[in-house]
Design a protein around this ligand. Structure first.
Ligand SMILES: [Cu+2]
Length: 121
């Protein structure tokens, strides 16, 4: 008969407890990393145009506006619901879509012929 000392049992129990905690922790971290990121939409400005010109988003969704043009632009809602700051070439800003479903027109306040739509569904 194999005799197992109390100390060995205690060590084995402690080791099992540590392994269990490590496994749960790892699972929690992996689960957290695999959850879908919150949605972020993108609008790019290039050649004096917004792309896409029509963007469908969820209420309150964040939209990153990036100026890939060689001059300063803005993306500004025509009814002042949202606005980027002045976007120098290469810069971006994040705006938040309105929380109410609808179609929201916007322009560049510097080049007022530049326009686009954000559709909140
Ligand atoms: Cu502009």
């Amino acid at each position: 008969m194999i005799r197992v000392s109390l100390r060995t049992k205690w060590l084995a129990g402690t080791l099992l407890a540590i392994l269990f905690v490590a496994a749960v922790w790892t699972l929690a971290v992996v689960t957290n990393e695999s959850s879908p990121p919150s949605r972020v939409a993108h609008i790019t400005i290039h050649d004096y145009m917004f792309s896409p010109m029509k963007l469908v988003v969820q209420p309150g969704e964040h939209i990153v506006v990036k100026n890939d043009d060689s001059v300063v632009h803005t993306l500004t809602s025509i009814d002042d619901r949202f606005a980027s700051g002045l976007l120098a070439p290469g810069y971006s800003d994040t705006i938040e879509a309105p929380s109410t479903p609808g179609t929201y027109d916007y322009i560049c306040t510097i080049h007022r012929y530049m326009f686009g739509e954000i559709i909140v569904k």
